[in-house]
Ligand binder design. Sequence first.
Ligand code: NDP
Length: 310
Amino acid sequence: MDVHQLIIIGSGPAGYTAAIYAARAHLAPVLFEGVEPGGQLMTTTEVENFPGFPKGIQGPELMRLFKDQAVRFGTDVKAEEVLGVDVSRRPFVVRTEKGEYQAKAVVIASGASANYLGLPSEEKYKGRGVSACATCDGFFFRGKKVAVVGGGDSAMEEATFLTRFATSVTVLVRSDKLRASPIMEDRAKTNPKINFLFNTGVKEVMGNEKQVTGLRLISTKTNEESDLAVDGMFLAIGHSPNTKIFEGKLEMEKGYLTVKPGSTWTNVEGVFAAGDVADWKYRQAVTAAGTGCAAALDAQRWLEAMEHKK
Ligand code: NDP
C-alpha cells in the first residue's frame, strides 16, 4: 500500500488551504471531501467578510475557487467520507467507504455541522419542512410562511434570505435578546416580512403525512403554549464539531479537538487540526483558512524533522 506524506480530512476553507500549502511544498496531499463537500460555506449565500472580495462572493463559488487552487498544485481530491482513523500506529491509517489509506501525517479539518433541537417531531419532518439550510431549501417555500429558530448572525442571515421566497418569516428567539452583530440585526429588523418572537421555544413540530403545518411554541418565561401556522422551520442555532470518529483517540474539549496553544498540533505527534473542528471561538472562514495554512506548515516541518532524524 502507498504511504502518502499527508492526508487531509475535510474540504472547507481549512482543508483546502492546508492542501494548497502542502501541495506547493511537494507533499502530494490526498484530501477527502467528506459528506459535505466544500463545508459550511456551501450553504451560505453572500460572503461579505472574506478579505479580497470587496463586492462579496457566493459561498459555493468561493469554495469552487479554493478547490481549483488546491487541484492546480496537485492535490488529489477524493469524494470519499472518512469513516475511521487509527492514529495509534505509524503510518497512520485512514479508512473510507472505499478502502484504507496510509499517511505519515494527517491534517484534520472536518469542520462543524448544524445543530438541531433534538425533538422527535423535528426528526420526522426533516426534508419535509424542517431544514438547517435556507440556501438549499428556501426555494421550496415560495409564497409560504416559515419560522427561523435562533438569534445569532446565522438566524438573521437565514431569515433575510428566506424573505426572497416566503411571505412571512417569524424568528423564534429563546431568550429576550439577539446575539447577532448590529449590521445583521438591523437588516433583519428593518425587513417588513420579518417579525420576532422573543422568550419563545419550539415544543413540537406539527404536520400532516406530507409536511409541516405548524409549530407548538412554548414561552420560556411562563411555559404558556401557543401554535404558529407555518410551512417550514429553519434551524440556525449554531454548530457542533465533526469529531465523532476521533473520540477516544485524540484529546478534545467540549467536542472540539484540543491543539497545543499557538500551533495546530494535537496530542498525537504528526496529527494536526485546523478550522472549526478545533475552534469554538472564532469559527470564521478566514480564520479556518489561516489555521489550515498553519497546519500544512506544521505538518511540513514535522515531516522534515522526522526525515532528518532517520
Ligand atoms: P451563535 O452561537 O452566534 O448563535 C446561536 C443562536 O441560537 C443564539 O441566539 C442561541 O440562543 C440560539 N440557540 C442555541 N441553541 C438553541 C436551542 N437549543 N434552542 C433555541 N435557540 C438556541 O451561532 P450562529 O450560527 O448564528 O453564528 C456562529 C458564528 O458565525 C458567529 O460568530 C457569527 O457571527 C458567525 N456568522 C457570521 C455571518 C456573517 O457575517 N455573514 C453569518 C452567519 C454566522 P442563546 O443566545 O440563548 O444562546
